[in-house]
Design a protein around this ligand. Structure first.
Ligand code: F6R
Length: 258
């Protein structure tokens, strides 16, 4: 098992993370070549998407040559329902940018046969030539996508049972904790590791332990994000509070790369 340390960049706060991440994504979009993005939802991504929307409106970037695949979706939550990741993506990105709607792909959590949907999604990603740049957040339990601790590093897109910690963290999008879905469909760890480049962003003190475990802890299924150290083209962008538990702090400015 060869380990590749990720490039780590630490900036002051969540705003600075969003700005830096938007610059990295923006450079890729400004190339105007077709690009396939992998997209995450969640609170960490919201300020990044706001910046990408603002840059699109200002004519600085365009999504016209982009396609996207979201990491995950709840099982049994209708796309129009406000807690769905379909709704999140519409609200925060898709309806504000110029990416053709048919090129924005999200797993369908409403199908009867989730295994077939998972296989279809994998085939679609492969048919698109794979993901060029995959954006990831990280759960407080070290999950990436909805690959909860224990997820096999060889896993592909599949149905997964959500940890209680994840359901609690995501309860804000639902009426109450009992309304939070128990199951989701997620790209697998192997699907994630197939992406050509990965950008993980983490903000806030509640992510500090997970970030340290991912970067400095043992590589193993207890911390799904530790699998990123097997990839070789990963940037980890944190604010100071999310980086607070790292023992070996990087020389931030030497590691900048777009
Ligand atoms: C969401 C996803 C999750 C989140 C993670 C962090 O599509 O894949 O892995 O990135 O749960 O969520 P926030 O940013 O809300 O803390």
């Amino acid at each position: 098992m060869t380990e590749y340390p990720p490039r780590i960049e630490i900036v002051g706060n969540a705003d600075a993370v969003a700005e830096r991440a938007a610059a990295i994504v923006g450079i890729q979009l400004r190339n105007r070549r077709p690009i396939t993005l992998g997209l995450a939802t969640g609170a960490t991504m919201t300020p990044l998407y706001a910046r990408l929307v603002a840059a699109t409106r200002a004519g600085l970037i365009s999504f016209h040559a982009a396609s996207s695949f979201n990491l995950d979706e709840y099982v049994g939550v209708a796309p129009r329902s406000p807690g769905s990741f379909h709704a999140y993506m519409q609200e925060h990105l898709f309806r504000h940018v110029d990416m053709p709607a048919e090129r924005a792909q999200i797993p369908d959590g409403m199908v009867n046969d989730v295994a077939s949907e998972a296989a279809r999604y994998e085939a679609q990603i492969a048919a698109a030539g794979g993901i060029d740049l995959l954006l990831l957040g990280i759960g407080t339990n070290g999950h990436i996508g909805f690959n909860e601790p224990g997820s096999d590093f060889a896993s592909r897109t599949r149905e997964i049972r959500l940890d209680e910690a994840t359901r609690t963290a995501n309860a804000g999008s639902f009426l109450d904790l009992t309304s939070v879905p128990r199951r989701a469909i997620t790209m697998g760890i192997a699907t994630i590791l197939d992406a050509k480049r990965i950008l993980l962003i983490a903000t806030g003190p509640e992510k500090a332990a997970a970030v340290a475990a991912a970067i400095e802890g043992p590589i193993g299924t207890d911390c799904p994000a530790s699998a990123l150290r097997l990839h070789g083209n990963v940037d980890v962008l944190c604010d100071e509070s999310a980086a607070a538990a790292l023992v070996n702090r990087p020389h931030t400015n030497d590691r900048r790369r777009a």
